[in-house]
Design a protein around this ligand. Sequence first.
Ligand code: CU
Length: 158
Amino acid sequence: MKNFMHILFILVAFTLSSSTIAATSASESVTVIDPYVRAVPPGQTVSAAFMQLENTSGTMHSIVNATSPVSKAVELHTHINVQGVMKMRRVEKMDIPANGKTVLKPGGLHIMLIDLHEKLKLDQKVSVTLEFEDGSRQKIEAPVRKIMMKGMMKNIKH
Ligand SMILES: [Cu+2]
């Protein structure tokens, strides 16, 4: 009986540890640091969310979609330089390398908020839900901030 209990204990311990490893989702592995949303002038119907994404796991993870209650559509975007003009392009996903970091910032990767339902107020918390490649989700609260672009805005076209 003692031996049986011992084997049972090992089996249970093994099952628990292996299921713990399998249960580490992308959203648990990725930490969102310093998220914010760009303040936009009245009448502008688009904005963007920026943040740093830190992957603490040994596996690459990706954001494949995002949603937010503040806008009709949310798209994953990047900027590319076409003959000196910065243009936005939709991307399928944003990769966060194993044990690495991906930075979403003005002029680079961003989460585009399209057709805003409401006027964004400074310091207002905008909730954005990130969806990862394994279907796991992470909801973040990003405050609205003013961003200085050093004359870049006028060069940005869709
Ligand atoms: Cu964009």
